[in-house]
Write a protein that binds this ligand. Structure first.
Ligand SMILES: Cc1cc2nc3c(=O)[nH]c(=O)nc-3n(C[C@H](O)[C@H](O)[C@H](O)COP(=O)(O)OP(=O)(O)OC[C@H]3O[C@@H](n4cnc5c(N)ncnc54)[C@H](O)[C@@H]3O)c2cc1C
Length: 462
């Protein structure tokens, strides 16, 4: 938890007199994005005595977890394992997936397995291992609610106050937002123990009343939807599973090598500097690398299961194509789901035990946390180094790890570029600190020029 003894009064904030802890960098959220940054900071601090970055990360969970509600048995990663927390930034790091395997005595067995795509269960174990090892400070059970500039008497601010839900605060020169995405819930849905987003799927299943109708509806046609369909079909052997989606059928994920280059670290340069319309055109064209698509093996497995049922019955798996849910009504024993087929405009109502909303994610709105620092434009004003453009009187920095798809491309919310991006953000933080120190010294006559760029290890390819 944040040090409660450091709670501010409004008066001291206006005077810009930070009581309590002051960090060079505070990270908000401790998922893979900020974990990769914490490792980069640790490696920098070890190799650069005297130039350390004093950092602290705050996470609202009580321990590290990576989408625990979707750790379905057998589900695999959608990226190749070398796109781990470090390898593309520092292939010699002791935090690589290979190091993890070696430490757990599975390196040879994994190689014999001949796959680039570990299970999500194993990758989450890798991430947890890295989170336990990292020496950079992490405080769990800390829900951050506000980031506010700490104005000094001259009206400028070179620190932020970072405030937690319990009222406690710390201060930092740099704040890095790594808060992930939030679940997208359709307007017709009222969330309950029978109607829930797939993000916390396994936890909701535990809480769901015992099935009476032996019927589920899953809404959506992306990877998560297909995984949930497969899971329910396998784990509730008496139940029907109806997958409702607007498409005609699942579309396969495009992970062919040329298209996959859209996730390359150096492509961020090209996309960020391209005109907005061109970036939008390319991202729309290549949406199929990530959005509303399903791994081809899973499509085939589901089709085979449905076909087996057509041969020998009974039918339990139903693809409700070109369809949408119009409304749901909870009853004493379940939930009624009204489904409309848009091809013939027919509709029917199913009595179900639960509706799973595999309806995707959207960027977390930072408005309530950042207040006046937040933007109100459709595209966030974010520089190539992931730094948010702020008013001139604020000399402190906010970086966005995530939510920058419109400026930096498809990797913004994924793991693909987490390692390199962490290195780039750290380079920028170090460079700006050096420039700040130089300007200060120049102001008191010690220096007459600002030093050249401070670069920290980034991608080998860069
Ligand atoms: C089921 C599933 C599978 C996926 N598989 C892949 C994959 O194979 N490959 C891939 O590249 N991507 C995948 N993704 C995309 C996913 O976004 C990334 O894997 C990854 O989680 C992004 O990391 P992150 O740190 O940005 O966000 P998150 O992992 O979401 O972490 C954000 C953290 O911030 C914390 N937080 C949020 N708000 C606050 C606050 N106010 N105060 C304190 N803490 C806060 C949250 O509790 C959370 O722990 C998958 C997503 C899902 C849902």
């Amino acid at each position: 938890m944040i040090d409660r003894s450091s709670t501010f009064t409004g008066q001291s904030e206006v005077q810009g007199d930070p009581h309590g802890e002051v960090f060079d960098l505070v990270g908000i959220g401790f998922g893979p994005a900020n974990l990769a940054l914490a490792i980069a900071i640790e490696e920098h601090n070890e190799s650069s005595p005297g130039d350390e970055v004093r950092a602290c990360f705050f996470e609202r969970r009580t321990e590290f977890a990576w989408h625990p509600g979707m750790l379905l048995e057998g589900s695999t990663m959608q990226i190749a394992f070398p796109k781990d927390l470090v390898t593309f930034r520092n292939p010699t790091s002791s935090y690589s997936f290979f190091s993890y395997l070696h430490e757990h005595g599975r390196l040879v067995d994994f190689v014999n397995h001949q796959t680039f795509f570990p299970t999500r269960l194993e990758f989450q174990d890798y991430l947890q291992w890295a989170a336990r090892r990292v020496g950079t400070e992490v405080r769990y059970d800390a829900d951050i609610v506000a980031v506010e500039p700490l104005h000094n008497a001259r009206g400028s601010a070179d620190l932020f106050t970072v405030r937690a839900a319990d009222g406690s605060v710390v201060h930092a020169r740099t704040v890095v937002m790594g808060v992930g995405l939030r679940a997208r819930v359709p307007s017709w849905a009222t969330e309950s123990s029978r109607c829930f987003h797939n993000h916390d799927f396994l936890f909701h299943l535990e809480e769901m009343p015992s099935p009476v109708h032996q019927r589920f509806v899953v809404v959506g046609a992306g990877q998560s939807a297909a995984e949930v369909v497969q899971y329910l079909h396998a784990n509730y052997p008496q139940a029907e599973v109806h997958n409702v989606f607007g498409r005609f059928g699942y579309s396969p994920a495009d992970d062919s090598p040329y298209a996959n280059r859209i996730f390359d670290p150096e492509v961020v340069d090209e996309l960020h500097s391209a005109p907005l319309e061109e970036r939008e055109r390319l991202l729309a064209l290549h949406k199929g690398t990530n959005y509303a698509v399903v791994a081809p093996e899973l499509i085939e497995a589901l089709y085979a299961a449905e076909y087996r049922e057509r041969v020998r019955g009974p039918r339990r798996l139903f693809m409700r194509r070109a369809s949408e849910v119009l409304a749901t009504t909870e009853t004493s024993t379940g939930i009624e789901v009204e489904i409309r087929n848009s091809l013939d405009d027919s509709s029917d109502t199913l009595e179900c035990d639960a509706v799973v909303l595999a309806t995707g994610f959207e960027p977390t709105s930072l408005g309530s946390m950042l207040g006046d620092l937040a933007w109100n434009t459709p595209v966030p004003p974010v520089a190539r180094d992931y730094r948010l453009e702020l008013p001139a009187e604020i000399a402190a920095d906010v970086y966005l790890l995530g939510g920058t798809e419109k400026t930096h491309g498809l990797t913004a919310s994924l793991l693909s570029n987490a390692a390199v991006r962490a290195g780039e953000v750290l380079s920028s933080v170090l460079e700006r600190r050096l420039r700040g120190q130089s300007v200060e010294r120049a102001e008191i006559g010690e220096l007459d020029r600002i030093p050249s760029q401070h670069t920290y290890a980034t991608s080998e390819a860069r």
